[in-house]
Design a protein around this ligand. Structure first.
Ligand SMILES: [Zn+2]
Length: 758
């Protein structure tokens, strides 16, 4: 969350292939910088960060919000200028915490009050402070959090106070004027549980009362009723946080349109995100990057367990889904070299960006030597993490409405556990999946998994119905549709209906979660089962619907995820088998992976080591210590078409690529071993080639109105002609036959995919 108030500091740097999109490939660390540093010291810090391979370095100032001293800004400007002049690929960002103000040494006798005769923000500007449900203002004393000193005052301001907001905007403007590349914004939230506050939902200040009434015509609620007014207020708080961040972004962009806004939040996947109005889903649209602060298995020696590392991958996968087209920066901590390495490997496994630091601050490193090795390795292979397309035909839906109006209200986090439990089982079963946070774009998936989707809106139901009618499959667990999107109980449940809709009341994810019992803190229950029985039963249910798994001998504690990078299949492998409390060094595993397309060339890239070539036609066998990349070059499928059929060809290419078949659209027939041609013998461009393939009888067939079909020629190579009488018929035939084409290409007798073929 925040670094402690000691005068240490920061860092940064690096060299990138994508200078305009530096957030995507960021390797983040602090830079040794402090506003009273000499020019020589500033240089030294930045040079060092560059040597360590950081591409983004974080700097701190003496004030994190208002009244930033001019000498801080001058020093920051010198650091940024030096970095840009000497290391064009290094970006410098600065930490801010706009709503929290700490005043040091004002409660020397620790009686929880200001010392007599002193003033602080709480007495000078009480109107700035957030107000809890019980009417108390948000002022706290003492070191109940690691970033607050024992004699300090800690106050939290309200984003709806216009005077305070204006001051913050001034600070943001001045920061942007230093030429800084990005502003890191932390703790923009409304308090709820904090210090001696327990469910004391803020904010009830005068500004909030007025604004809520203005915006909704409702009176601000006085107690936790979970009636419609309360729920409206819960959502309204989230909007206030979004609007505040959006205004700060605009303020910064008015100075520098290229500046990036990085917003940090805590966890965000459970009901705490509702309590603090701090959901990654609502923050995503108003930020360039979200930095997810997360308690990983590497944070304590006691939490080193396979189940905890499996949960970490599941939650990092969630962040990748909720961040969508944005990168996912992970701010997580380790204590020792073994944990540092496993943390970096886990973050990379999901395609997130690694911030190297040591628990509990955001500065320094467990090992600068290891940091340098890790960053150097990421720099070399970053394409395989940040430039790939996921391969999966399964998606898992995360429902924010269910978190807000079911989990938060009930307090037992049933949806959260179902979502995480199902995700962990899929990873352990080697079924790759994508997380989605809305149901609007389902076309590329064959199967949607709905874990305990309790709060289902009519709109969502319609989208799911449409997906089923278009050929999709749904697997639902738990209490789907008991409530609507505002958490109002439905008189009667109206669910999507279709023979491809499979539903079970059983909460498989909760059962698994209870069995394996992942824990974040050392003092939590440590009894962890294997969850094997539940997983097996879940697998049987899963087998009723189509899904693609990775064909591998890897055990459940080795996660294998496939991606596509140009014409290569990239398997990311993470091994945590054999890890135990106090020992985060996994047992080496020997595993095999069988690929869907014949392998032309195979390269294994072990984490922090050098690449080696592997032998194998369809499958490869290799050893993995903690993490590795397996890069398989395969021949792409060619799709030949004219300009009219191009949209249909591109759709088909995307469909195949999503399923791990590299496919390219070509404008002349090539020698590919799989050639797909769109259009019949009369089509522009492609017609001449097709005419030589078809018999007279086939040509006559094709000339019938509305006719569409596939012609399959299997000789030394496979040629598939998708043809119709009219262009629309060709497009329809492509859409209707894409699953059959996929099967023809893979000829995967072992495939679990069985579609209703035409
Ligand atoms: Zn307020």
């Amino acid at each position: 969350m925040k670094r402690s108030m000691i005068l240490v500091i920061l860092i940064l740097f690096s060299a990138q292939a994508y200078p305009n999109d530096w957030t995507r490939t960021a390797r983040i660390a602090d830079v040794d910088f402090w506003p009273d540093f000499t020019q020589e010291e500033i240089k030294e810090g930045i040079d060092l960060a560059h040597q360590q391979g950081a591409s983004v370095v974080m700097a701190w100032l003496t004030s994190e919000n208002i009244d930033i001293p001019q000498k801080d800004l001058d020093a920051l400007k010198r650091a940024v200028t030096y970095a840009h002049e000497n290391y064009p690929d290094m970006k410098v960002i600065v930490y801010t915490a706009p709503l929290e103000i700490i005043t040091e040494n004002v409660d020397t006798n620790r009686d929880g009050q200001l010392d007599r005769g002193l003033t602080a923000v709480s007495t000078e500007h009480p109107e700035w402070l957030q107000v809890g449900l019980d009417g108390r203002r948000a002022v706290f004393y003492g070191d109940f959090e690691h970033w607050i000193g024992e004699h300090d005052e800690d106050v939290w301001c309200c984003p709806n106070d216009s005077v305070y907001k204006e001051k913050i905007e001034k600070s943001i403007t001045r920061l942007a004027e230093t030429g800084i590349d990005g502003i890191w914004i932390d703790v923009v939230l409304f308090l709820c549980n904090y210090g001696d506050w327990d469910s004391n939902w803020a904010c009830h200040c005068e500004d909030c009362r007025k604004k809520f009434h203005q915006d909704t015509w409702l009176e601000i609620p006085q107690s936790v009723t979970w009636d419609t007014t309360w729920k409206t207020w819960v959502l309204w708080r989230q909007t206030c946080v979004e609007d505040f961040i959006e205004e700060l972004s605009q303020t910064a962009r008015n100075v520098n349109p290229e500046i990036k806004i990085i917003v940090e939040h805590w966890h965000g996947f459970d009901a705490e995100s509702t309590e603090n109005a701090w959901s990654p889903l609502t923050l995503q649209p108003v930020t360039d990057v979200l930095a997810h602060e997360y308690v990983s298995a590497s944070q304590y020696l006691e939490t080193y367990t396979p189940a905890n590392y499996l949960r970490d991958v599941a939650l990092f996968q969630f962040y990748r889904g909720s961040d969508n087209s944005h990168p996912s920066w992970i701010l997580a901590y380790s204590l020792r070299e073994d944990g540092q390495k496993m943390l970096a490997a886990t973050v990379l496994q999901a395609g997130c960006n690694f911030y190297d630091t040591v628990y509990p601050d955001m500065v320094d490193s467990v090992s600068l030597k290891e940091r340098t090795r890790i960053f150097e390795w990421i720099r070399k292979y970053s394409d395989y993490y940040y430039e790939v397309e996921p391969v999966s035909n399964v998606t898992v839906y995360y429902s924010k409405a269910t978190i807000d109006f079911y989990d938060c209200l009930s307090g037992d986090w049933e949806f959260y556990r179902e979502f995480v439990g199902v995700s962990m089982m899929l990873l352990s079963l080697h079924v790759p999946y994508t997380v989605i946070t809305n149901l609007k774009n389902l076309e590329q998936f064959d199967t949607v998994i709905l874990p305990d989707l309790v709060c289902l809106s009519d709109f969502e139901k319609d989208l799911l119905q449409q997906f089923l009618e278009n050929g999709g499959y749904i697997l639902s667990t738990g209490k789907i549709g008991y409530y609507d999107e505002m958490g109002r109980k439905r008189a009667s449940r109206e669910l999507p209906h279709h023979s491809r809709f499979y539903s079970t009341d059983r909460l498989f994810g909760n059962e698994y979660y209870a069995e394996v019992n992942p824990f974040f803190w050392p003092d939590e229950g440590k009894n962890q089962g294997t969850g094997e029985d539940v997983k097996e039963e879940f697998y049987r249910v899963l087998n009723q619907i189509p899904f693609m798994d990775v064909e591998t001998t890897a055990p459940g504690n080795v996660v294998v995820l496939p991606f596509l990078f140009k014409n290569t299949i990239v398997y990311r492998v993470l091994n945590f088998e054999g890890i135990s409390p106090g020992d985060a060094v996994p047992d080496i595993q020997t595993i095999s992976i069988t690929n869907k397309r014949r392998i032309l060339n195979a390269v294994l890239i072990p984490f922090l080591s050098t690449p080696e070539n592997l032998e194998g036609e369809d499958s490869v066998t290799f050893r993995v210590q903690n993490h590795c990349l397996l890069v398989l070059e395969v021949e792409p499928v060619s799709i030949y078409c004219n300009e009219y059929d191009l949209p249909a060809a591109e759709n088909l290419a995307t469909f195949l690529r999503t399923r791990g078949i590299p496919a390219q659209v070509v404008t002349s027939p090539d020698d590919a071993s799989v050639l797909i041609i769109l259009g019949g013998h009369k089509a522009k461009d492609t017609g001449e080639f097709v005419s030589n393939l078809l018999t007279d009888e086939q040509k006559t067939q094709l000339e019938q109105p509305g006719f569409q079909t596939l012609f399959i020629f299997q000789t030394v190579r496979l040629i598939i002609v998708i043809a119709g009488n009219e262009r629309e018929d060709t497009a329809r035939s492509t859409e209707e036959n894409k699953r059959k084409i996929f099967e023809l290409i893979t000829e995967s007798v072992n495939s679990k995919i069985q579609f209703n073929l035409q």
